[in-house]
Design a protein around this ligand. Structure first.
Ligand SMILES: C[S@@+](CC[C@H](N)C(=O)[O-])C[C@H]1O[C@@H](n2cnc3c(N)ncnc32)[C@H](O)[C@@H]1O
Length: 255
């Protein structure tokens, strides 16, 4: 089942690779927020960086210029995203991209000064276990920095579902305290809220599809079209604002 789920995720984002940059306004803002924080982290002059769920390269584009000597390994579960990222950074020295499931990194433990990821970890099937696996990749003195979605994400859509007696297909994301706990001792979590303004709930759902982010949580059936129409009417036919609640988590390994 997990394999089938991972294939669905890879296929959805693979299809999205071409148009992702056109609609990924919030993902771009989140990548900037994270790179602003990481630019201040005491990293070596030529850090080895592992990026997980690179997509078309929003975080890469924002952070790589702050770390000009970095050896960068960008990874994603969707081959089309890896190719898009590779094309974008083809002229960068010491830059590599490849397909990898970030929940199962087939890399040498303790070999990266920075393991980072922006807006990808919400797709992991077991986030606490995945965080532990990525933490193992961090060298002593290095950083794990993972931004993901928090509990208040799409609260408006969830409220519309509840009002219609429908169980929302959007997953239950962790709150900041739970996420800090999953990251482990000494982790710091900063919260941010972004609003995606759409002309209607339908446009919001259509944009999620362009982003590849339209598949509901694992093991749920797609909402029948009639039910979906009811929820969309409830949510807003003229104007719909959806909250992205973002958790920027960072943890440093003792030297
Ligand atoms: C919303 S996009 C974010 C991409 C990019 N980091 C950004 O900020 O624009 C999520 C990305 O995570 C990737 N992804 C999902 N599950 C993954 C996994 N288990 N391992 C690696 N990448 C994954 C998807 O293929 C997609 O490219």
């Amino acid at each position: 089942m997990t394999e089938a789920w991972k294939s669905r995720i890879a296929a959805a984002f693979g299809t999205a690779a071409e148009d992702y940059d056109r609609v990924g306004r919030i993902q771009w803002a989140v990548a900037h927020e994270m790179s602003r924080r990481l630019a201040l982290a005491p990293l070596p002059d030529r850090p080895r960086v592992l990026e997980v769920g690179c997509g078309t390269g929003f975080l890469t584009a924002s952070l790589l210029p702050c770390l000009p000597g970095a050896h960068w390994l960008a990874t994603d579960i969707a081959p089309e995203m890896v190719w898009a990222c590779e094309r974008r950074f083809a002229s960068q020295p010491r830059f590599e991209a490849r397909v990898m499931d970030g929940e199962h990194p087939d890399l040498t433990p303790a070999s990266f000064d920075l393991v980072c990821s922006s807006m990808a970890a919400q797709w992991f099937t077991d986030l606490p276990a995945a965080l532990a696996g990525l933490w193992d990749m961090v060298r002593p003195g290095g950083f794990l920095a993972i931004s993901t979605l928090g509990a208040e994400t799409f609260a408006e859509w969830r409220a519309a579902c509840t009002a219609c007696g429908v169980t929302p297909a959007t997953p239950q994301y962790p709150d900041a305290a739970t996420y800090a706990d999953w990251l482990g001792d000494g982790a710091e979590v900063i919260e941010a809220w972004h609003q995606a303004e759409s002309s209607s709930a339908l446009t919001f759902l259509q944009d999620l599809k362009v982003l590849g982010a339209h598949i509901g949580q694992k093991d749920t059936r797609p909402t029948p079209p009639g039910t979906l129409r009811r929820v969309m009417r409830q949510a807003g036919m003229r104007g719909f604002a959806a909250t992205y609640h973002v958790l920027h988590g960072i943890r440093r390994k003792p030297a």
